[in-house]
Write a protein that binds this ligand. Structure first.
Ligand code: ZN
Length: 90
């Protein structure tokens, strides 16, 4: 999982729209949006991204946060509300 294309020499990045792997810097385009430099794999994805960049950047931020070891889901176990356990007994 890597959507950060700010490094020119990056080995592996994913298309911000279709999440396809892009290796060896073979992106179609790179676009800066706010703090993010994203890569797009083809003209179609670039067009889609440019129509609603906020939506894709927000999705990328969410995905990165979910996979961040320091994020809310560390240990890979999302915390369920206690109410679910209260009703689970026989
Ligand atoms: Zn794409």
């Amino acid at each position: 999982m890597n959507f950060d294309a700010s490094n020119m020499d990056i080995e592996y990045v994913q298309c911000a729209v279709c999440e396809k792997e892009i290796r060896g810097g073979k992106w179609f385009a790179r676009i800066r949006h706010g703090d993010w430099m994203v890569a797009l794999c083809c003209p179609l994805c670039t067009e889609v991204f440019e129509k609603s960049p906020q939506a894709y950047v927000r999705r990328i931020q969410t995905l990165e946060m979910l996979h961040d070891p320091k994020g809310p889901f560390k240990d890979g176990t999302p915390r369920l509300p206690h109410a679910i356990n209260d009703n689970a007994g026989p």
